[in-house]
Design a protein around this ligand. Structure first.
Ligand code: PXP
Length: 250
């Protein structure tokens, strides 16, 4: 059974579109509340909640993270940059897991994988600090042999394979090629002893392909679930994705 981590960042994007600069992050007119959404997603069967506290605080705010840590009944997966300030925060917060991601100021969402092979010492130090604190570390990487090898060398227990290139190619002739790249990346990671998650751009259509990759532990999905939730509510949106992920009939 593949687990589902629901990424709630874009509910905060919606809130910040109107209430950026408000003294409070919830209550009164300030809506929607991402933490309430997380609770409803959990009730519908989400196996974990994922949030990305970005340096520019464009969506999730620090207060959201602390509130989620207190109220979350499943697992908190914190996506963050591999820098000293975020590491210090993670060590205080103690999320269940941390996924290290690259952060480029101008990107709309995370665009490429973390270049672990390009700065292995820094990433290994971050992984070691998280592991020593009992936090499961995961590295968000492109499904390439060099990155998979570097992730294993950093002693990260998990990788999250970046599915964005495949998702973008889904309606193009490159779809099979990108899928093969992902499947090969997953196989290499498993062979290297890594547990394998995946995420970015997964939706209610392409899920039927991605779930066929052997050995996937968890998928982290945000945009598509929140879009579906606008029409049917977060509960049905989560339940439907969970059924599709594991091939059970609707
Ligand atoms: N995994 C990681 C590491 C991410 O940064 C994101 C958001 O960009 C996701 C998963 C979820 O992607 P999406 O919102 O496209 O489902």
């Amino acid at each position: 059974m593949i687990l589902l981590g629901v990424n709630i960042d874009h509910s905060a994007t919606l809130r910040q579109a109107r209430y950026r600069g408000y003294p409070s992050t919830t209550g009164g007119p300030v809506e929607p509340d991402p933490v309430l959404l997380a609770a409803l997603a959990e009730q519908a069967g989400a196996d974990g909640i994922t949030i990305h506290l970005r340096e520019d605080r464009r969506h999730i705010q620090e207060r959201d993270v602390w509130r989620l840590r207190e109220s979350c009944r499943t697992r908190v997966n914190l996506e963050m940059a591999c820098d000293d300030a975020m590491l210090a925060l993670a060590l205080r917060l103690k999320p269940d897991s941390v996924c290290l991601v690259p952060e480029n100021r101008d990107e709309i969402s995370t665009e490429g994988g973390l270049d672990v092979a390009g700065r292995p010492e820094r990433v290994a130090a971050c992984v070691a600090a998280l592991s020593a604190a009992g936090i499961t570390a995961s590295l968000f990487i492109d499904p390439d042999a060099a990155q998979v090898g570097a992730a294993a060398a950093c002693r990260a227990p998990f990788v999250e394979l970046h599915t964005g290139a495949w998702a973008n190619a889904w309606h193009t002739p490159r779809r099979a090629e990108e899928f093969a790249r992902l499947a090969q990346g997953a196989a290499l990671a498993a062979k290297a002893g890594l547990s394998v998650n995946a995420g970015h751009g997964i939706n209610y259509q392409n899920i039927r392909d991605i779930r066929g990759i052997p050995g996937l532990h968890e998928l982290n999905i945000g945009h598509s679930i929140l879009c579906r939730a606008l029409f049917v509510g977060i509960g049905p949106a989560v339940r439907e994705m969970k059924r599709l992920m594991n091939g059970t009939p609707l």
